[in-house]
Design a protein around this ligand. Sequence first.
Ligand SMILES: *Cc1c(COP(=O)(O)O)cnc(C)c1O
Length: 365
Amino acid sequence: MACDFIALASPGVQKLSPYQPGKPIEELERELGISDIIKLASNENPLGCSPRVFTAIDSGLSELALYPDGNGFILKQALSDFYHRPIAEITLGNGSNDILELIGRAFLQPGDEAIYAQHSFAVYPLVVQAVGATGITVPARDWGHDLPAMAKAITEKTRVIFIANPNNPTGTWVEKDELETFLNSVPGNVLVVLDEAYGEYVDANDFPDGLEYLSRYPNVIVSRTFSKAYGLAGLRVGYAFAHPDITNVLNRVRQPFNVNALALRAAVAALQDQDFVARSRALNTAGMRQITEGVQALGLSVIPSRGNFLCVHLKRAGLPVYEALLRQGVIVRPVTNYGMPEYLRITIGTPDENNRFLSALKAVL
Ligand SMILES: *Cc1c(COP(=O)(O)O)cnc(C)c1O
């Protein structure tokens, strides 16, 4: 008889339920035998990525036998130039998911607490539980972060606070004033992770740029990614800016070659094509309006969002609608596991994809 291997896992890991990704197009094709499927489920960029990325990857193909630069110098240099921050503040990650993992592994242990908001990114509880620390979920206010309540939840045991801005899956955001008030109330030995995975999509004066707080609040870690607006989700590149000592600690637990050689080159090329990012942002802004208006015309409402996605309130159970949309060849994201059973999260697509989603939704309802 096999031993109870689950019981051998560390207590935090035993209780983990793995992250549920959006359904891949190929899987739905196999299941239903249909083609012409669109996926608006994982906040991927409908424009793909900058064409400069292909050239950069081509030029790296001859070096696949070599280990990548473990320090990721070319990318750190490019990020440092672009953001005017020192290289000593940069940690590279295999996606920003990796950055979140590194923070958990470096700074959390059993007995410690980490705070995050209700309806916030599912990776935070995973990272916290995996290392045996205790996650504290603070109830949301209007689907977003209730920063005063999060400040009140800080105890002697609190080590890390995660804030997704904008938040996934709700699309809600925190503004400059409230964030500054919050940062002023957090003790200097509590790390505040500003997860700005969707920051490039935001075009608003009241929106805080995490990098502006690094000098004033040395306990802030800003996490960003090439997966969303830069369209490189498949390559896995993310990065963090933080105080050099925090960066030093994160780099101690980092795998030596966590960002692969092609990804390093691709990310440099992507960063240099800000026109592509601007086009992505403009397409997103227009698509956000298109879907909002389309959904409202069906008598439904949305949660206002600054991400590249939108939560639609169906006023009925979301899972059956999700299933029915699948049969129409439209993959969106159910958010029942986020405590939002009457909502679906829709990634903003191209105008055609948005129309297809709206027609499918109309047909299904
Ligand atoms: C998508 C996402 C990430 C990171 O994705 P990576 O592909 O690992 O960079 C991080 N935080 C939030 C809130 C996200 O939605």
